[in-house]
Structure formats: C-alpha cells, structure tokens
Design a protein around this ligand. Structure first.
Ligand code: CAA
Length: 395
C-alpha cells in the first residue's frame, strides 16, 4: 500500500495552496461579510484550470485524476469554501455529468466552454418540496414533439445567478415515477428562465445560492442527457462523485481550522506558557489531527476507487458523512482553542465553523448518506472491500 502522492499531484496541491493563501485569503473576510461573489477569484481559478480539472483535454479540461481534484478542493477550502463550492459544482456535477453521459454534440457545445471556465454550470435537482426526497420532482418537462416545455421551481441552486448553463431534472411521465424524469441542459438566457434573489446564508456567503423559476421554457430534445427517463439515475450517479468533492471541501475546512488552532495555541500564552503546552489544549490538537487523518483516508480512498473505475457510491457517502461531521467538530474546537478571539471574524475560525455546517446538508444530508450506506449493508454488499479486490469493479 502506497500513501505517496505523485509529482503531478503534489504540484497541483502546491499550486492550489499558494493560490488559496496568496489570492483568496486577503479578501475572504470581506466577501463573507458583504455576501460578495468572488468574481475575480473565479476568473483566476479558471485561468489556473481549476474549473474543469478532470475533464479530458480533448474538451478543454485538465485531464487530471479525482485525487488531484480532491487535493485542490482541500487546499482552496482551507481558506475559502465559497470558492470551493463554485468549483466543486462545476467540476464534479456539471462537467463530470456531461462528459460521462452527454453525447458528442452536447460535449462539444457545452462541456468545452464549461471545462475551460468560460461558462459556469449549475445542477438543478432540489425543489421546495423535493430535497432529500429527490424522486418527487414537481418540475415538469412536457414532451411537445421536438422540444420539452419546462415549468417549475428549483431551490438552493449553487451558481444560481452566475451560471450560463443549468442541468435541470424534470418530470416528463409522472405515471412512471422516477423513471419518467429527464435531465435537460438549459441555457440561462433562454426565455422563461428567472433567477430569484440570492439567499442570505449562515456560511459560504460569497457563493450565490438562488431559487430558479422556469416558465414555459422551450428546451430542444437534443438537450436531453441520455435516454428518455434517465434523469434520476443521471442525478444519482453524478452525485456519487459530487459527494467526494464535498467531502474534500469538508476535509479542507477542518484542515484550515486545525492549522489556525495549532498556530494560535503555540503563540498564545496563558499561565506562563503557550496554551499548546497545557494538556487541555494539546489533547484537543491531538484529537483534531487524528480525526483529520481518518477523514483523509476515507476521502482519498473514495477518489481512488473512482479513478480505478470501481464502485464508489458507498465509499463517497462514507467519506462525505464522516468528513463533514469531522469538519463540524473540529471547527467548533478551533473556536474554543482561540477563546474570545475565535468568536470574532478577524481570526477566520468562526467563518470556517459557519461554512462547515453546509457540508452536512448539501449534496445529500448526513441522514441521506446513512441511508445510502445502510442500504448497501442490508443489501448484502460487502462494503469496505480489499483495496486490491478488483471483483468490486462495476463502473
Ligand atoms: N447510482 C445509480 N442509481 C441509483 C443510485 C446511484 N447511486 N442511487 C439510487 N439509484 C437508483 C435506484 O437503483 C433506483 O432505480 P430503479 O428503480 O431502476 O431500481 C432509483 O435510483 C431510485 O432509488 P431508490 O429507490 O433508492 O429511491 P429513494 O427515493 O428510496 O432514495 C435517495 C433515493 C438515495 C434518498 C435519493 O433521493 C437521494 O440521494 N436524495 C438526496 C438528494 C441529494 O443529494 N440532493 C442534493 C442536491 S444537489 C446539491 O446540493 C448541489 C449543490 O448545489 C451543492
């Protein structure tokens, strides 16, 4: 078993670290306070190739493996989780979904622009009454012959107001249940696409999250991804990979808070010595480091399984539920280590604590991840296969 990163992976990690520390950190507190979208920073992420990292170079992407993407997500999330969610949705939901399941025409028309960051994408599954219960789509795509007529409302859409393309799940044949759902590629400047107000959120306040209303939007049949009725499976398969991205985000948030806590504990004096030398604080740091290492193994392993084209659905759910809960615990502890300073914005840890919470909610709540994991167990799938068990290959 090897734990070393390749030279290329180390280079990606270093580039993302430098970018996060030098470019993202200086304005992150102000962007959070003012709910300001990181427009210039997203443009720089585009220039550095962070928006289409796993897409084949043939379509303008970086052609990197999932682990490289995870490493970049981690470093960027240590500093600015608003930037990393913009990056995550574009990479692992929109670009990956289009490359894996779109046809050649769709890839040429949309993926090439999305992978290079010229366009930004959004993934539109959640609805006011269909969040965790994603099969109950109320948005309709009525078959009109050579186009679908799209009507409905989507909620909590990341990149809601800044995206050029939406992947929209909509019900075409209600009598078929989830087998009647289609995924449609919708350009946001088409008639009938209306973006609601930006949500005023607890965390990831720089990213834009909006409701989207579709009113009689004409979507050409050519913009359906996959066969008729493939939309729900598309969403589930895409989210399996998306959850690795969010797990990496959680890992990064935890790592960022931990690094700040260690630095502060070594510097801050109390009772005649640095607080890191008091066992109460030293043990907190030990627990934080141990939990981060455990989360890292799960997240990297899920990425590795995906790169090996092995089944990673349960592994990504495990990585997400564990890493997001670690992120929550560690950011709370980092605030505690900082004492009163942790409670003010200047020291960054209160923001990381607020940002951590969403990782337990989006791309499937912790409760949904436990449904996915427990169903796999009860269906008799021996999960936690040996790393070398190639019989687990299904993708
Ligand atoms: N891969 C492929 N197919 C899958 C699948 C997967 N991972 N998971 C489920 N399916 C298939 C099932 O096989 C089934 O197909 P058949 O009927 O043909 O056998 C079908 O999907 C329905 O599955 P279930 O019967 O298990 O459906 P369910 O309603 O009981 O549960 C669920 C499904 C797992 C709870 C699902 O609804 C779910 O994941 N909910 C959470 C939704 C979610 O993650 N939303 C996130 C929004 S996107 C977002 O947050 C992005 C952002 O902006 C940051």
């Amino acid at each position: 078993m090897f734990f070393e990163l390749t030279e290329e992976q180390q280079a990606v990690q270093q580039a993302a670290r430098d970018f996060a520390q030098n470019v993202l950190k200086p304005g992150v507190i102000e962007r959070d306070r003012e709910m300001r979208y990181p427009k210039d920073e997203v443009r720089q992420m585009q220039e550095m190739g962070f928006l289409g990292m796993m897409v084949s170079p043939e379509y303008g992407g970086g052609g990197m493996d999932t682990l490289s993407y995870v490493l970049a997500m981690e470093e960027i999330s240590k500093v600015d989780a608003s930037c990393s969610v913009i990056m995550s949705v574009n990479n692992s939901l929109v670009c990956w979904g289009l490359e894996a399941f779109g046809n050649e025409e769709q890839r040429q028309k949309y993926l090439t622009r999305l992978a290079g960051g010229e366009w930004i994408g959004a993934f539109c599954l959640s609805e006011p009454e269909a969040g965790s219960d994603a099969t109950h789509q109320r948005t309709t795509a009525v078959d009109m012959g050579d186009y679908y007529l799209l009507n409905g409302t989507k909620n909590w859409i990341t990149n809601g107001s800044t995206s050029n393309v939406h992947l929209v799940m909509a019900q075409t044949h209600p009598e078929k249940g989830h087998h009647g759902i289609n995924c449609l590629i919708v350009e946001t400047d088409w008639d009938g696409v209306i973006v609601g107000a930006k949500e005023d959120k607890l965390g990831i306040r720089g990213s834009d999250t909006n409701s989207i209303m579709y009113t009689d939007v004409k979507v050409p049949k050519a913009n359906r991804i996959g066969d008729e009725g493939f939309g729900f499976k598309f969403a589930m398969k895409t989210l399996d990979g998306g959850r690795i991205g969010i797990a990496a985000q959680a890992l990064g948030i935890a790592g960022g808070a931990y690094e700040l806590a260690v630095a502060y504990a070594k510097e801050r004096q109390a009772f005649g010595k640095p607080i890191a030398n008091h066992q109460a604080i030293a043990f907190k740091l030990a627990d934080m480091a141990t939990e981060i290492e455990a989360a890292k193994l799960l997240v990297y392993r899920a990425a590795w399984l995906k790169d090996q084209r092995m089944d990673y659905s349960t592994a990504s759910a495990m990585a997400k539920v564990f890493a997001s809960e670690v992120a929550m615990r560690i950011t709370i502890e980092a605030v505690q280590v900082h004492g009163g300073y942790g409670y003010v914005k200047e020291y960054h840890v209160e923001r990381l604590m607020r940002d951590a919470k969403i990782t337990q909610i989006y791309e499937g709540t912790s409760e949904i991840q436990r449904i996915v994991i427990s169903r796999a167990i009860l269906q008799g799938q021996l999960y936690v296969p040996s790393w070398t068990d190639t019989t687990a290959a299904t993708v």
